[in-house]
Design a protein around this ligand. Structure first.
Ligand code: ADP
Ligand code: GLC
Length: 483
């Protein structure tokens, strides 16, 4: 039996700010349980729902040394959906209403978390063959493992994988601060180690010291080796290209299943979507006070409202788009204030046709995936993207820019061969996007049979975790040797 530990800052259902939580909270379920014992370790944030916190069982406590500090750590455990979770407890670091940017500097918080993960292992009696680290918050784990624990029998054979979910977030701080919280000496802050443009970066540390690097789609794995997408780390990623691979994300087919989803108005599947999917659209139009009409082209957006997701393109052509009385747009998201206000403004201006829902709601997100005709995701870059996979599963056709995971998961409709699962455009250009939206709308309105055929292809495309979990297993086998 191979023992794997996932270390991350988020996992559903405990805490989520983005797709990272979906991945960490669903992928472990899909490994072959006869061969892989995969457990997950995350912080025990005070903002985790009380009902879940109450189910966690205290295991033990220990102390974590961080340079001159010695900090308390408690470790709790809980089994969820057949997967064992551990929670690192420290009310000083993990208090506050959100996981990041609250109370204590994230630099210290996640330096603590990385060290606490490593120190927890003997305490819980779990000696993993491999630690799978996710994003910058866990970047120091491979660093400490190689630098501080190499001579320790318990740790010396543990392998590490560093997965990049988003290269833009790098955990970058001034060097003196990192030295102070980690105790790492000057020699680790050179350009071939943690140093990045005069600062230090946790993610870079992870990328330098991990045995293997992965990211969440094949296209993004290629893109990040170029200066345009490389976020100043393309040199390093090129140098390590033999240890860098792209494994596309899946989604949890149990949570996202239009046939059984309790959050949506009417269930459907590929055999009866022609009759029943539309009932969800009617219900959503009603719920959100939008104009009724089966022929309206209802476009959905569920997203963090940030530059990454291409909202400046939408801002640029919003009036042109809405000039057509048959267009309806429903947005669910939070993020940068200018985008929140932009959608509030357009909801006021096009009342009844634009619905701005500036909050977080799991339930409304499912309703949008199920109810809309199309889903718009014109990202500037996209490591993988899960929203378009959810849309595909519900037969809501994605309109995406051909970048990263969007390019790998949405097959653009080809009207001559009549194949495809959605629509896409190449350049980061607002009118190119608008053109694709109008093209999709014309098929929706004038060629219903073709449209339904695309919906059928979308709903039957397989983005469950099955294939990708296998790829991770193969990689673990390569690194650890079969067990
Ligand atoms: P990213 O991780 O870059 O934000 P992904 O597409 O990988 O993008 O994942 C986004 C996840 O967050 C999806 O599960 C999506 O449904 C969810 N999500 C984003 N914004 C909201 C919101 N306001 N309410 C509910 N779910 C949201
Ligand atoms: C990041 C990326 C997103 C990806 C998610 C999960 O948040 O922005 O593209 O799907 O991580 O890997």
């Amino acid at each position: 039996m191979m023992k794997i530990l996932f270390a991350a800052s988020e996992a559903i259902p405990f805490i989520k700010t983005g797709g990272l939580a979906d991945v960490v909270g669903s992928l472990p379920k899909y490994f072959d349980k006869e061969k892989y014992d995969v457990r997950v370790m995350i912080p025990k944030y005070l903002c985790i729902r009380q009902e879940l916190r109450e189910q966690m069982k205290f295991v033990n406590k220990y102390y974590v040394k961080m340079n001159w500090r010695t900090q308390y750590a408690g470790i709790d455990e809980m089994e969820y959906d057949g997967v064992k979770y551990y929670f690192i407890d420290n009310e000083y670091y993990f208090a506050g209403p959100r996981p990041y940017g609250e109370m204590y500097q994230d630099s210290e918080k996640f330096a603590y978390f990385s060290k606490a993960v490593l120190e927890a292992l003997p305490v819980i009696g779990f000696q993993p063959d491999l630690i799978h680290c996710h994003d910058w918050q866990t970047g120091l784990i491979p660093v400490h493992l190689k630098v501080d624990y190499a001579g320790n029998d318990f740790y010396k054979d543990i392998k590490t994988v560093m997965t990049i979910h988003n290269l833009k977030f790098q955990g970058r701080w001034i060097m003196s601060e990192i030295k102070d919280v980690t105790g790492l000496g000057d020699e680790y802050f050179t350009s071939d180690k943690l140093e990045l443009y005069g600062d230090g970066s946790y993610l870079k540390g992870g990328l330098v010291y991990a045995d293997m690097i992965t990211t969440v789609s094949e296209s993004y794995a290629e893109e990040i080796k170029t200066p345009h997408y490389g976020e100043a780390l393309d040199g390093l990623l090129n140098a390590r290209s033999h240890e860098l691979r792209g494994i596309v994300n899946g989604i949890d087919y149990e949570d996202y299943d239009p046939k059984t989803d309790k959050k949506i108005a009417v269930n459907y599947d590929v055999s009866d979507f022609r009759k029943n999917k539309i009932k969800n659209k009617r219900a959503l139009q009603k719920e959100l006070g939008m104009e009724a009409g089966d022929g309206k082209f209802l476009i959905g957006i569920v997203s963090r409202l940030t530059d990454q997701k291409g909202f400046d393109l939408i801002a640029y052509v919003m009036d042109e788009l809405c000039a057509d009385e048959n267009i309806e747009l429903v947005v669910l998201g939070t993020g940068e204030e200018r985008y929140e206000n932009m959608f509030r403004h357009f909801a006021w201006k096009y009342e009844g046709r634009v619905s701005a829902n500036i909050f977080y709601s799991e339930e409304l997100s499912h309703k949008i995936y199920a109810s809309c005709d199309a889903f718009l995701m014109p990202s500037a870059f996209e490591p993988c993207g899960l929203s378009q996979l959810m849309s595909l599963r519900y037969g809501t056709l994605p309109i995406v820019r051909e970048t990263g995971g969007l390019k790998d998961t949405v097959e653009p409709y080809n009207e001559y061969e009549k194949i495809g699962t959605g629509f896409s455009f190449t350049n980061y250009n607002a009118h190119e996007m608008l053109d694709r939206v109008r093209y999709a709308q014309s098929i929706f309105q004038n060629k219903k049979r073709d449209w339904n055929k695309i919906v059928e292809s979308a709903m039957t495309a397989d983005f469950s975790w099955k294939a990708s979990a296998k790829k991770y297993e193969e990689m673990y086998d390569e690194l650890v040797g079969e067990k």
